[in-house]
Every structure is written in structure tokens, then in C-alpha cells.
Design a protein. Structure first.
Length: 592
């Protein structure tokens, strides 16, 4: 559909102040109503300690040294300096203890709400259809898939990058209407801030190119009909050239991110997950995401990879489906509805970085990965439904009523999914209850139970994890950590041995066994294990701390000094390392 008919709003939201104030307030109320309970939520044990509770730099709040660390260092296998600064600001405002979690949660909800309003404004300006833009923004705001991104404090990077993503869309609309250097600078700044929050925005230039085709109508001889925006048509070459500065920023961020993920040991090599398996799983994941969007049930914090790989028939079927839909929206009947092509290609393009072609982590998919991609698909569905209702001459009140019911039902489901993240115990018991739970869900629950003193239940879940994934070395390592904490050192050593038998280069197992030997004061075996851990992760400050302690305990003061000096090269603000270095130097001097 093109021309003026495409711009006629089905469900216009009229109000003063250019028709945006009441919709914006309504969207804020929707977000607040869906996530109001998060102020009473706590941190969860899944990554939150590394991001906030046990991160010494973040715990210091905002500072110049903290800002330098955010930009110059990698942590948690990521490089997202703006996200670190936002966590530091929260600590400055609310504190960094477990009791302060409510403030951190509210911050994420506020950022998500602002991003939702910007999404509405961007879509309304781009398409001229405020009613449809409102429904898209509302469904985005409250969908159960949003819970992980909004309520999990470690995923602050999602809502923050999303805020700047929406700002970039709005800025691009302004630039398309009046191409000036100043307006382009706003686009560049907004996108850069988004990339500094999370590298998920690497495909944003492609999204802007899609918007050039429709609804902006800037693409002369483009694949999609123009929407009569009054913009000057351009040749494809010109549109690509104006994206080059944006792509340069993308390349720089991609390189920094790959370095961070590789240094953090998060990138799986092809020996662990072969390229063929990655290619086979990707199209299946696409349709799994579509399913989660349309029927968001059985949502969990971790989706394990399929045992035995992806069946060939499912890959073939999923690929055929993707090809068929793509051809339909580009060449078939869908060509008359250009928002279908926009939405589908937006969805596919933004999923590419997280489909496992570069496998980061061991998950097959994640709810958080849908935060921005599903906006495209939701846009296609909402605009399509609106045009279908118009084609059937349905009364406007019926369309508004159905849209309201859909938004309300989605908000109720979103509120329920948000409550799953209330605590670590709630999060993991929910995951275990769905299809028996993954090995990671059992292990995570075991750790929570162990801290509660319920060691019998904790051990049971460890054994269930090993039973569900007998080749999962991490299960043995976590079981070993638990046994070590209980003082059952011989059993812990045996479990570490099982982990190393499965994966000799498993850093967690090598590091854990080295720490166990240090606890037992078995310095002769502790030192080579700690050295091996440092060799596996040369920039790991934890491994260097352990090596320093092992060398110091074994009276190898020169080795301890070398370890602490190297540690301080990576982490100059580590005061504990400075104290231990001074003590090692003192002991070496006395030994002489």
C-alpha cells in the first residue's frame, strides 16, 4: 500500500501539543502498570554480582577513574562503557548493596518507558499513522519478552541501547526531511551512544536503509513503493554513501566487542559448536522467536542448545519458510503492503548478530535478544491488521476495542513474567518447573539452596544437572565448588577431576581446583594449576590473584611479586593487589 491512503490513521490518538502528549502519557502509564512491582525486587545471582554487587569499580559510584575504566577495560566479556556508567550512577544515587536493588530496577523501567515514548514518536512521524504507531509501541512496552531486558539489572544495556536506537530513528526522520550536517550529526551521536551501551545496534544502518525505502520514499527505483513523504528520491549509491560514517563506527565497536568477548572466554570456537551446526540452528531459532512473540509461554532465563544438534528436517523446513516469506513480501502480494517487507527484513536483519553464527555463550536463544528485532515484526502485523480492518470496512470502534483488549492482555502477561525475576530462587524454580529445567537452571538453583543451608536439596539438583547434561563440565565444577564450601575437599577434587577429564582447558575447573589446593595449603600442586589458569586467561585478575596467593604461600615471593605486578597492569586501582605486592616484597627482603 502506498500514497496518501497509507498515511490515513485507523486509530488516531488526538490530543493537544501535536497529538503526542496523551499517547505518551498513556504509554508511560502502561509501562508503570506492567512493571510497578519491580521496586521490591532484588538482584539475582545470574550475572548481577559481576555487574554491580561484586564490581569494585561500579561500587565506587561515578568517578573520573571509573569512567576511564569503563572505556579502557573489558569486563564480563563485554565492552559497553555507557552501560557501566549507568550502573555507577545508580550506585551513586541508590547505593550498591542488595537492599538498594529497587532503585536500580526503577531506573531500568524509566529508561524503558522513555524508549517506548520515543518509539511511538518515531513511528508516528515516519509513517503518519499515529494510531498504529501507538499500538506498536504499546505492545513493545508490555510484551512478556520485555521482562528479561527490563527487570534483569544485568540487562540494563538492552533498555539503554534501545533508548538511543529509538532516538536514532527519530533523528533519521529529521535528517531525511532536511539533509543538513547538523541533523546528520544528531543521527551519528545517537547511534554511537547506543553502540556504547550494547553492540546489538550493529545492524542499525541497514534498518535506516529500509526506512529510506519505506516509509520515507528516498530510494529511487527501490524495491518498495514510495509512501509519498515528499522526500527527494536518491540513487542507491548515494544512500549507501551516507551510511559510511555510521558503518565506520559500527566496525570500531564490533572489533572492540569481539576482543572483549574473546578475552572473557565467551566466544565458542568451531571445535565446540561447529559451523555446520550453527548454520543449521539459525533458521530454526528465527521461527522460535516468531513463536515466542505470538504466543509468549514457557519463557525462561536460559534456553539450552538442542541435544544431538538440530534435525535436518527442521532446518530445511525453517529455511524454506524464511525464503517463502521473504519472496512474498518483496515480490508477491506483500509488495502492495511495503510495511510487511520493512517489518520482516528489520526482524531478520537485527537477529543476525544473535543467531549464533558467532556463538557467544552456550544459550541457543534468549528473550533479551528480541528487544529490538521484534519491533519490525510487530509493525508489520499491526499495520497489516489495520489495513485488513479498513478493507473489511470494520467500524473504527471495533478496531480500537480489539487493540485495547490485546494490549491489556499482553500487559497482564508481561506483569506476570516480570514477577518471575523477583528473586534468584523464583527465577530458577520457574525455569526448573518448565520441561524439567536445563542443567544450568538446576545448577543455579542448587547454588541458591546451598546458600540457604539446604545442602541436601542442593546436591540433588547438582546430580540432576549432571544427569541432564553428563558432558557439561561446568556442572561438575559447580558441584565441586559446593562440596569445597562444605569442607568435603576430597569429593570436590574428584568432581573437578571429572570436569577436567571432559574439558582439560576448562578455566572454571582449573581455577577452582587451584583455589581448592590453596585452601588446603598444598602449594606444590596449587602453583602449577594457578599458572595454567593464567595461561588460559592471561588477563584474568582473579587468576593472577590466585597465582600470587599460591606463590606467596609456597614462599616463592619472586613469583608472587611478578603475579601482582602483572595484575596491576590490568587493574591499576586494585588496592588489595597493591597491599599484597608490598607484603611479598617485604617477605622477600626478610628472606634475604
Amino acid at each position: 500500500m502506498s500514497g496518501e491512503a497509507d498515511k490515513t490513521p485507523l486509530m488516531s490518538v488526538q490530543s493537544p501539543h501535536g497529538g503526542w502528549l496523551l499517547p505518551a502519557l498513556a504509554l508511560c502509564a502502561l509501562v508503570a502498570g506492567t512493571f510497578w512491582s519491580v521496586a521490591d525486587f532484588g538482584f539475582v545471582s545470574y550475572d548481577d554480582p559481576g555487574y554491580v554487587l561484586k564490581n569494585d569499580v561500579v561500587q565506587d559510584g561515578l568517578s573520573w577513574s571509573g569512567a576511564a575504566w569503563a572505556f579502557m577495560h573489558t569486563h564480563m566479556a563485554n565492552w559497553h562503557p555507557l552501560t557501566w556508567l549507568s550502573h555507577m550512577l545508580d550506585v551513586q544515587l541508590f547505593g550498591g548493596t542488595a537492599d538498594a536493588a529497587g532503585g536500580h530496577h526503577v531506573s531500568s523501567v524509566v529508561i524503558h518507558g522513555l524508549g517506548t515514548v520515543l518509539l511511538f514518536l518515531a513511528l508516528a512521524r515516519l509513517t503518519g499513522r499515529r494510531g498504529c504507531a501507538f499500538v506498536v509501541a504499546a505492545l513493545f512496552a508490555v510484551h512478556p519478552l520485555r521482562a528479561e531486558s527490563v527487570v534483569w539489572i544485568s540487562e540494563r544495556k538492552d533498555v539503554l541501547s534501545g533508548l538511543f536506537f529509538m532516538a536514532t530513528l527519530l533523528a533519521w526522520d529529521g535528517y531525511a526531511r532536511q539533509r543538513t550536517a547538523r541533523r546528520y550529526a544528531w543521527v551519528l551521536v545517537a547511534m554511537t551512544l547506543g553502540l556504547l551501551s550494547k553492540p546489538m545496534l550493529v545492524t542499525l544502518p541497514c534498518v535506516l536503509l529500509l526506512l529510506d525505502a519505506w516509509p520515507l520514499g528516498r530510494w529511487r527505483h527501490g524495491p518498495l513503493p514510495s509512501s509519498a513523504q515528499g522526500n527527494e528520491p536518491c540513487e542507491l549509491r548515494q544512500l549507501l554513501m551516507e551510511k559510511l560514517p555510521l558503518c565506520a563506527v559500527v566496525v570500531a565497536v564490533v572489533l572492540a566487542t569481539l576482543f572483549a568477548q574473546d578475552a572473557g572466554g565467551a566466544v565458542m570456537d568451531l571445535g565446540v559448536v561447529p559451523l555446520g551446526e550453527r548454520l543449521a540452528a539459525a533458521p530454526v531459532a528465527v521461527w522460535r522467536y516468531v513463536g515466542k512473540l505470538l504466543w509468549p509461554t514457557d519463557l525462561v532465563f536460559y534456553y539450552p542448545m538442542a541435544d544431538g544438534g538440530t534435525p535436518l528436517w527442521s532446518t530445511v523446513l525453517a529455511t524454506a519458510g524464511m525464503v517463502a516469506v521473504t519472496l512474498a513480501v518483496l515480490l508477491g502480494p506483500g509488495r502492495r503492503r511495503p510495511y510487511l517487507a520493512l517489518g520482516w527484513l528489520w526482524f531478520l536483519g537485527m537477529l543476525v548478530p544473535v543467531l549464533g553464527l558467532v556463538q557467544v555463550g552456550s544459550q541457543a536463544m534468549a528473550d533479551r535478544y528480541t528487544y529490538l528485532p521484534t519491533i519490525g515484526l510487530t509493525t508489520a502485523l499491526v499495520f497489516g491488521a489495520a489495513d485488513l480492518a479498513r478493507g473489511l470496512s470494520a467500524p473504527r470502534w471495533l478496531g480500537c476495542g480489539l487493540a485495547t483488549l490485546l494490549i491489556a492482555a499482553t500487559a497482564v502477561a508481561g506483569h506476570g513474567q516480570a514477577k518471575v525475576w523477583r528473586s534468584s530462587f523464583r527465577l530458577y524454580t520457574h525455569a526448573v518447573a518448565i520441561d524439567g529445567g536445563s542443567a544450568l537452571a538446576h545448577l543455579s538453583l542448587a547454588q541458591v539452596l546451598a546458600k540457604r543451608g539446604d545442602t541436601a536439596a542442593a546436591e540433588q539438583h547438582c546430580r540432576q544437572a549432571i544427569q541432564r547434561a553428563p558432558g557439561y563440565g561446568r556442572a561438575y565444577s559447580i558441584y565441586a565448588e559446593m562440596l569445597a564450601d562444605l569442607g568435603r575437599w576430597d569429593e570436590a577434587a574428584a568432581q573437578y577431576g571429572q570436569a577436567l577429564a571432559l574439558s582439560p582447558d576448562d578455566f572454571a575447573a582449573v581455577f577452582g581446583l587451584a583455589g581448592l589446593r590453596v585452601s588446603q595449603a598444598l602449594w606444590q600442586s596449587a602453583v602449577p594449576l594457578a599458572q595454567r589458569a593464567c595461561a588460559l586467561r592471561p588477563r584474568s585478575t582473579e587468576a593472577l590473584h590466585l597465582l600470587g596467593a599460591a606463590c606467596f604461600g609456597g614462599a616463592d615471593f619472586a613469583g608472587a611479586i611478578a603475579a601482582y605486578k602483572q595484575l596491576l597492569e590490568f587493574s591499576p586501582e586494585d588496592q588489595q593487589a597493591r597491599r599484597r605486592l608490598a607484603k611479598a616484597r617485604q617477605q622477600r627482603q626478610q628472606a634475604r
